[in-house]
Design a protein around this ligand. Structure first.
Ligand code: EPZ
Length: 417
């Protein structure tokens, strides 16, 4: 079983580059099903979640090739409309195939994604949207069956919660429906805007992506196109926290500042100095930082995916920081592991109270989910002594070459097969 070994790294220094966004790439790969042409995607990150999505697409009949740094996705021959459980179980984002399959073929049979460490992850809002568009839904034997007797018809859909996945799935189902669809209380994350831009390049007519009301005028057909994926704002945020927790200074390249504003605002509140260029941030955390309170919210609030890395940063700062997790019901799995490293964190329901400690201590710890695993790497860099991290497969789902990238800015991080 592979491990990541982390030693106390001192202040990180240097330049680090952000890869393309996993959470933008997954729906955009799925959206290629909506046309029968050639789609040329640039900037896809090399991650296990992306490879699983490729396998799922190929199991449906898609052809995926790689040429000079681009990924060519061709869905001329989609012959299968069922996603296999063994693949869906590995990656929740696979439910994003439901909307495009329903739009293209009027049917989809998707293995229920099942739970995941951070919560039950229901898809009721996705299904509410599909039903409003005219799909019949049945569930059984661990699968969700979607069938549309007639062509999907535009509808007005109100999302009880601005779900990212539900907004994406309904968008993809609605682009070739008859008439207009309006999604109200839609998610406004940058990944929604990126997906809408990709769909509009295919010939869709979407207005309002990035606001809480998205209008889609159905069109007859879509065509293949080319698209560059936006940078990964959560990987960028993780690097911002890595420099901050080690009191380092450096440049983070390939960033869209407006996407990382909530994280930058919180770091500035703690005393981290930042200066942003057109596509990079210079960060100077060689300061005495003060603690802060965090409440995770849908964008443009503080991102839930940054909550675990921040609990490490708050552990290195004197004083008491409160973290309230409002988006997922079980996203403190990393706390038990951090406490093995000497962190002083108390959990009360959806709140964790983080007391700064003089020094964390290296230990053997286990990554239980993607962002919690990344937090353990950050903790190892500031701890006294060595840290051994197992459960590395969780980290590899969402961080491309994390060990290689961090080593380049001075982190003492090693992979051990
Ligand atoms: C996306 O998950 C991201 N994943 C998550 O990133 C991210 O944390 C999340 O959005 C919030 O920003 C991908 O994009 C692949 P939601 P998603 O639907 O779409 C509830 C990472 O670490 N909900 O906005 O699943 C749900 O249970 C991952 O990269 C319903 O109740 O998020 C959760 O409590 C983790 N019914 C809340 O909404 C539904 O039908 C937010 O979920 C759908 C969601």
């Amino acid at each position: 079983m592979s491990k990541i070994i982390v030693k106390n790294s001192g202040a990180l220094q240097g330049e680090i580059e952000v890869s393309g966004s996993k959470n933008s790439a997954l729906p955009i790969i799925a959206a290629c099903i909506l046309n029968e042409g050639r789609n040329e995607l640039s900037g896809l990150p090399d991650l296990s979640d992306i490879h699983i999505m490729f396998s799922l697409m190929e199991s449906l009949g898609a052809r995926i090739e790689f040429a000079s740094g681009k990924t060519i996705v061709n869905c001329e021959h989609i012959t299968n409309y069922t996603t296999p459980y063994e693949l869906v179980g590995k990656m929740r984002g696979s439910f994003l195939l439901a909307g495009p399959l329903l739009a293209r073929a009027g049917r989809a049979r998707i293995a229920m994604p099942g739970g995941c460490p951070i919560g039950t992850r229901p898809v009721d809002l996705h299904l509410k949207g599909f039903a409003a568009l005219g799909a019949d839904i049945s569930q059984g034997h661990g699968y969700i069956d979607l069938k549309a007797k007639n062509k999907l018809a535009g509808a007005k859909i109100y999302l009880d919660f601005p779900s990212v996945g539900a907004t994406e799935n309904i968008l993809m189902a609605a682009v070739t429906a008859l008439g207009e669809t309006v999604i109200e209380n839609a998610a406004v994350e940058p990944e929604i805007v990126d997906l809408a831009e990709f769909l509009n390049k295919q010939g869709a007519q979407i207005e309002g992506a990035g606001t809480d009301t998205v209008r889609i005028a159905g069109v007859r057909e879509l065509k293949g196109t080319a698209h560059q994926i936006i940078p990964d704002r959560i990987e960028a945020g993780t690097f911002m926290v890595a420099f901050s927790a080690t009191r380092g200074t450096g440049r983070i390249k390939n960033i869209n500042f407006s996407h990382v504003k909530p994280v930058a605002a919180k770091l500035a509140e703690m005393g981290v100095e930042m200066r942003c260029g057109p596509d990079y941030i210079d960060i100077d955390a060689a300061k005495k930082l003060t603690t802060a309170d965090i409440k995770t919210l849908p964008f443009p609030g503080f991102p839930t995916d940054m909550q675990a890395p921040f609990s490490v940063l708050l552990s290195t700062v004197e004083g008491t920081g409160m973290i309230v997790e409002t988006v997922f019901e079980n996203r403190f799995l990393h706390v038990g592991e951090l406490k093995r490293m000497g962190a002083n964190i108390r959990i009360d329901g959806r709140t964790s109270v983080v007391e700064g400690v003089k020094r964390l201590s290296g230990a053997q710890v286990n990554a239980l989910d993607l962002r919690g695993g990344a937090a353990l790497v950050l903790a190892g860099m500031v701890a006294k002594g060595d840290t051994q991290i197992t459960g590395v497969e969780h980290i590899e789902r969402g961080y491309e070459n994390l060990v290689g990238k961090l080593s380049k800015i001075g982190a003492k991080v090693y992979s051990e097969k």
